[in-house]
Design a protein around this ligand. Structure first.
Ligand code: UDX
Ligand code: UDX
Ligand code: ADP
Length: 469
């Protein structure tokens, strides 16, 4: 019989750890779930008496947190205490691409994971199941295992890999009804018992046939592969979008036609200004790095092309704005609708908007940003992080607005970078009247009604469609 879990700890209260643990707590009222983080401000926000102020915006998340918080869901900075008390410890800390040393720009930086493993090794007095939740390169479990199994204090550890497949913006939905839950563990009897304990937790709300179990390495590689395949679909359709623009075909028609082939399927075929988010680029770079490190040049080159195409798509979008505005945007005002990497999230990591803005700033454009959920500080910090120019310059040329109509007023062009639903319902006539003429719209998300906007007088460019002359 697998041991019944009563206490869970999760290290890392971010976009993955926060929502995942909130849903586990909601679905398992008899399990105490404690989410810990070093970041005091983040934990304070999770504990804010007004549940609408939690640090992550996800539709439906505040209700879940409101239901479980204080009952069996707790947020704390006391990492040691939570580790000590838990039977299961999820590691859900960030694993950014390395910015220094060997593997710079490609490999995952595992220092946060290693710190967690060392902290667990130092604190734990009773046997623990340690679960990798963050996306990690294959064989990370082995490193974690090595650290934990060499403490010599008699504590036994089982390491499981349980990658999270939720997408931001639909996290709660995805957690409530996942396509599958994947759990990898050692094939030893002890490994299988630990694996079963975790299966029993998810089985409280996920149908058994959707809970897949496998070995550690396959589980780790599956996560990288899933993200690589998804990103590849976006790059594939984006590659075709450029061809469509030259030839007069419409990429959304092409996507519709191929999507009806059940072998291809209709999802994830939306051409865009480029994929963003914390996972796709990082995971593919990781895959490329792993392949190269095994000397698999063709494999590495194949997947790297997905990133090259994505970078090209972002740059192409910015270049097209410059070209269309008579080859200069210097001193012109370009309004950005959206800064987040997709709708229904306040996350901006790797958002295409950042790179498009950076390119236009090179051309001395003034940029006016409006995003319903991203605060001004985040926009500036994203641009400063690129270190392309100093922070004063970014502040000088970029203004963040709280009102979309103000952002668009006197603009020479509008660029739609995120597919927020509300953009569709704006009073576009009012926006048109306030703009410089000709008034251009560059729709990077296939979001707006091109015919209606053209009727008002806008000159509209939609990705993957021949530009309106
Ligand atoms: C293909 C298209 O499927 C069809 O829609 C189009 O009209 C003509 O081209 P076909 O070439 O007859 O059809 O066979 P298909 O089943 O697509 O297989 C093509 C090749 O891919 C075969 O060599 C097959 O063995 C291989 N294949 C297919 C794989 O190696 N792995 C797979 O998962 C699927
Ligand atoms: C992704 C995976 O979907 C999820 O399973 C994994 O756990 C984490 O990484 P996420 O990055 O949150 O999730 O969002 P996703 O919906 O996958 O979108 C990623 C990026 O691709 C976004 O910038 C989105 O706008 C873009 N995208 C997606 C497209 O441009 N076109 C599409 O058709 C789909
Ligand atoms: P993800 O999208 O993977 O959830 P985030 O960056 O949103 O990534 O969240 C990761 C969280 O992990 C951050 O809030 C960070 O402060 C926290 N973290 C990183 N290292 C540690 C550590 N050693 N102990 C506790 N928390 C940590």
């Amino acid at each position: 019989m697998a041991k019944k879990i009563t206490k869970i700890c999760c290290i890392g209260a971010g976009y993955v750890g926060g929502p995942t643990m909130a849903v586990i707590a909601q679905k398992c009222p008899d399990i105490t779930v404690t989410v810990v983080d070093l970041n005091q401000a983040r934990i304070d926000a999770w504990n804010d008496p007004d549940v609408e102020n939690i640090p992550i915006y996800e539709p439906g998340l505040s209700d879940v947190v409101g239901e479980a918080r204080g009952r069996n869901l707790f947020f704390s900075t006391d990492v040691d205490k939570a580790i000590d008390e838990a039977e299961v410890i999820f590691i859900s800390v960030n694993t950014p691409t390395k910015t220094y040393g060997s593997g710079k720009g490609m490999a995952a930086d595992l220092k946060y994971i290693e710190l967690c493993a060392r902290q667990i090794a130092r604190v734990a007095k009773t046997d623990k199941i340690v679960v990798e939740k963050s996306t990690l390169p294959v064989r990370t479990a082995e490193a974690v295992k090595n650290i934990l199994q060499n403490t010599g204090n008699g504590v036994n550890y089982q390491i499981l890999s349980n990658p999270e497949f939720l997408a931001e913006g639909t996290a709660v939905e995805d957690l409530h009804a996942p396509d599958r839950v994947l759990i990898g563990g050692d094939t030893t009897p002890e490994g299988q018992e630990a694996l079963q304990s975790l299966v029993d937790v998810y089985a409280r709300w996920v149908p058994r046939e959707r809970i897949l179990t496998t070995n550690l390495w396959s589980s780790e590689l599956s996560k990288l592969t899933a993200n690589a395949f998804l990103a590849q679909r976006v790059s594939s359709i984006n590659a075709l979008s450029e061809l469509c623009e030259r030839t007069g075909a419409d990429v959304s028609e092409v996507a519709r036609s191929i999507g009806t082939d059940s072998r291809i399927g209709p999802k994830f075929l939306k051409s865009s200004v480029g994929f963003g988010g914390s996972c796709f680029q990082k995971d593919i770079l990781n895959l490329v790095y792993i392949a190269r490190s095994y000397g698999l040049k063709e494999v590495a080159d194949y997947w790297e092309q997905v990133i090259i195409m994505n970078d090209h798509q972002k740059r192409r979008f910015a270049n097209n704005i410059v070209k269309t505005l008579y080859n200069t945007v210097s001193g012109k005002k370009i309004a950005f609708l959206g800064w987040a990497f997709k709708k229904d999230t306040n996350d901006t990591r790797e958002s295409a908007a950042i790179y498009v803005a950076d390119d236009l700033l090179h051309e001395q454009a003034g940029i006016a940003v409006y995003d319903p959920k991203v605060p001004a500080e985040q926009v500036y910090s994203d641009l400063d992080y690129l270190e392309t120019r100093n922070s004063e310059k970014n502040k000088q040329y970029v203004t963040v607005f709280e009102d979309p109509y103000e952002a668009c007023k006197d603009a020479h062009a509008i660029a739609v970078l995120t597919e927020w639903d509300q953009f569709k319902d704006y009073d576009w006539k009012r926006i048109y009247d306030g703009m410089k003429k000709p008034a251009f719209i560059f729709d990077g998300r296939h979001l707006l009604n091109e015919a209606a906007l053209t009727e008002i007088g806008f000159k509209v460019y939609t990705i993957g469609k021949e530009a309106v002359k």
